[in-house]
Design a protein around this ligand. Structure first.
Ligand code: ADP
Ligand code: ADP
Length: 223
């Protein structure tokens, strides 16, 4: 699970995040909505341990990000808007590389099985990632999360630039992630997809969480 307690971030004098209290449980899918500049990336970057909160703390599986920034990386997988993988390596080589960084040594068959679970076409496994679409790269990102056995998945704008078929496939994989008892947290502008896939929705405005609801109670008019 994922939790923030009174998380606060200032960039010099500018307050980007104010008193953020969030809790996303096992099996829950949280979509954080908000306009550009609302503070979504700041929140994700703090969860990832990439930037430090000014005050407050975040917890991944009850482990403090502030106190254990290295330890939490084992429990997290992050798929940025532009998936940062190696274009000159194939899908399966990227998966192998990032699995090894996370401390796992899988056989070719095991690696292929992770890719298969994401629905990536087998014909793509050995092709250079540079020729992949965003949806295909995202599947490799999901396979890395599965290979790491990450309990928490963070996603930044996961559906931007995806066609409807890739969006539907992505949605299914994220639902499956939740069903396995993992936690998903995504920052997005895609209200339609958020309502479709998320169990909970938050709206952030100028660094403040102005709404935090189960998605069944969410009304798009409030955005
Ligand atoms: P979002 O992801 O919702 O677009 P961000 O978290 O990127 O929002 O940014 C929130 C606010 O903080 C914005 O006004 C942005 O310009 C500001 N900001 C983000 N990063 C920095 C930084 N490194 N230095 C100064 N201001 C920043
Ligand atoms: P996003 O829309 O995903 O938040 P941005 O283009 O707003 O992406 O920000 C990209 C990067 O630039 C982030 O790492 C953010 O922290 C940084 N950034 C955003 N605004 C500022 C700012 N005013 N000053 C310095 N860095 C900033």
């Amino acid at each position: 699970m994922l939790k923030t307690i009174q998380l606060h971030k200032k960039y010099n004098d500018f307050t980007a995040l104010q008193s953020l209290d969030l809790e996303v449980g096992k099996g829950e899918i949280y979509a954080l909505l908000g306009q550009n500049g609302a503070g979504k990336s700041t929140t994700i970057n703090i969860l990832l341990g990439l930037i430090k909160a000014t005050s407050g703390d975040a917890f991944i599986n009850n482990i403090s990000v502030k106190d254990h920034p290295q330890e939490i990386k084992k429990h997290l997988a992050y798929i940025p808007e532009t998936v940062l993988l190696y274009p000159n390596l194939s899908g399966i080589e990227n998966l192998d590389f990032f699995s090894q960084i996370a401390g796992f040594n899988y056989t070719k068959d095991e690696l292929a099985a992770f890719l298969k679970r994401t629905g990536l076409q087998e014909s793509a496994y050995y092709k250079d990632l540079g020729g992949y679409s965003k949806g295909m790269r995202q599947k490799v990102g999901i396979a890395i999360a599965l290979a790491k056995d990450a309990k928490v998945l963070l996603l930044d704008e996961p559906t931007s630039g995806l066609d409807p078929i890739a969006t539907a496939e992505f949605t299914e994989i994220v639902r499956q992630f939740g069903k396995e008892g993992r936690t998903v947290f995504m920052a997005t502008h895609d209200i339609f997809n958020a309502v479709n896939v998320a169990t909970h929705i938050g709206i952030m405005k100028q660094g403040e969480l102005i709404q935090n609801l189960p998605s069944k109670n969410f009304s798009a008019e409030e955005v």
